[in-house]
Design a protein around this ligand. Structure first.
Ligand SMILES: *Cc1c(COP(=O)(O)O)cnc(C)c1O
Length: 424
């Protein structure tokens, strides 16, 4: 499928007059339509709730859009909990799915009334010592080990993942939690990331639903929700088929009716913690080609770098690139598209066939709406970019300003770098 940017060249030329590149741009219309589609796909389940994985795109403006569709927040750290709190998500609107969790974060989550999703058996004691009790509602993260397969293809390797309770620990954990006063239980698992198949959720659901039936039988636990977590992927490459959320929802329903309903568990709520699926396609990184270099290879140097989008450097991830205004030109030039870090892996694309790029061309890197800006860092003293929302009416709204040197130096309390310098 041809990948087209959600913004036109004319719109973008207007936006860059006001906001200099690089920046991340988000598509309000796309975010809304997708959130609505997810809600409809699971509307068969009374208690269904999507807890947006805040780490994917921790921007209050964007999270507030999702809130209109009934989404909660899935948080993994203190500052993410603070964002949820500031946006007035309360109690069971917040899921706290963390690991190697510091005591003060458990305390903060408990005080907010968030649902705590324990990552490990030993955290039962740790949590009890930290907050002085076990909450009425508690969730445990499951890791079955082995390889996670769909039919014959290996999706991921849970036995190599640091997360979750083993099968034995789930049974013992539910028993212990019950004895310590927990009343309502949830089960969570995240077994494969960025899956581009409609089979992932239904396969995971079967594992978790069967586990839930057995846990209920053996421990008498009152299981209220099953959290299928994140992992639904997006087509980063033009040749990948997008997932169909309606098909996924229907197939999870089928497993629900086969496994949970006959066990008298037809009132269990389904939760999700999607990040990438909610935002990934609805964000892009806009950068300007500022240099061209002809040596052993052909390079285009951009004003964005891995600080703005780490996935290619970190995972070798593919992000599609559109050269704005050259949509109909032939891709007859082979380029490495690079940033300016003193790191040879600071390349957004290697040996990519693209139209001829000239200095000043705007490049759109697709699908940066999740795990894009948020993974950023400050290597080489590079500053983080702005985030801009393309509203449904076509206007552009600044939803996070770009970092300034003042921001970067702000933590040197005892050394004022900007003292003798006029502000930049
Ligand atoms: C990262 C994460 C998610 C979101 O994952 P996506 O791949 O973005 O859907 C959900 N839950 C937990 C616990 C996570 O760590």
């Amino acid at each position: 499928m041809k990948k087209e940017p959600f913004v036109t060249n004319e719109q973008l030329q207007e936006i860059v007059k006001q906001y200099p590149t690089p920046f991340h741009l988000y598509d309000e219309k796309g975010i809304r339509e997708n959130a609505q589609a997810l809600k409809e796909a699971f509307s068969w389940n009374q208690g269904f709730k999507e807890y947006f994985a805040v780490k994917a795109t921790p921007n209050p403006f964007l999270i507030n859009i999702l809130k209109e569709y009934g989404c909660g927040c899935d948080c993994s750290s203190m500052t993410e909990l603070m964002i949820a709190d500031a946006l007035k998500f309360s109690g069971s609107d917040v899921m706290f799915s963390s690991n190697a969790t510091p005591a003060e974060e458990y305390k903060f989550a408990y005080d907010m009334g968030a649902i705590i999703n324990l990552d490990d058996f030993t955290h039962i004691d740790f949590l009890e010592k930290t907050i002085g009790c076990i909450p009425e509602t508690i969730s445990c993260r499951y890791n079955p080990g082995g390889l996670f397969k769909i039919s014959n293809s290996i999706m991921d390797n849970p036995s190599d993942a640091k997360y979750g309770f083993t099968t034995e620990q789930m049974f013992e954990g539910f028993q212990v939690l019950k004895e310590k006063g927990a009343k309502y239980f949830g089960i969570h698992a995240f077994l494969a990331s960025n899956t581009i198949t409609n089979d992932y959720y239904p396969t995971l659901a079967k594992t978790l639903f069967e586990m839930a039936v057995e846990l209920k039988e053996k421990t008498g636990a009152d299981i209220r929700f099953i959290n299928l977590s994140g992992g639904i992927g997006i087509p980063y490459r033009p040749d990948e088929e997008p997932n169909d959320i309606r098909v996924i929802g229907e197939r999870v329903r089928k497993v629900y009716e086969e496994v949970l309903v006959p066990a008298g568990m037809g009132d269990v709520a389904i939760y999700t913690e999607l990040g990438r699926f909610m935002m990934g396609p609805y964000g892009c990184l806009v950068t300007t080609a500022i240099h061209e270099k002809h040596t052993h290879k052909e390079y285009i140097g951009c004003d964005a770098c891995a600080v703005n989008l780490m996935r290619p450097a970190m995972y070798g991830a593919y992000h599609h690139i559109t050269v704005m205004g050259k949509d109909n030109s032939v891709c007859d030039h082979k380029y490495d598209i690079t940033g300016s870090l003193c790191e040879n892996n600071d390349k957004f694309a290697i040996d990519r066939m693209l139209p001829k790029i000239d200095r000043g061309d705007l490049l759109v890197l697709h699908d940066t709406g999740a795990h894009g800006f948020s993974m950023g860092y400050n290597y080489n003293g590079k500053l983080k970019s702005a985030e801009i929302l393309l509203r449904e009416d076509g206007s552009a709204q600044l939803i996070r300003r770009a970092e300034t040197p003042e921001d970067y130096f702000a933590t040197f309390d005892c050394f004022d770098i900007l003292k003798d310098r006029k502000k930049i």
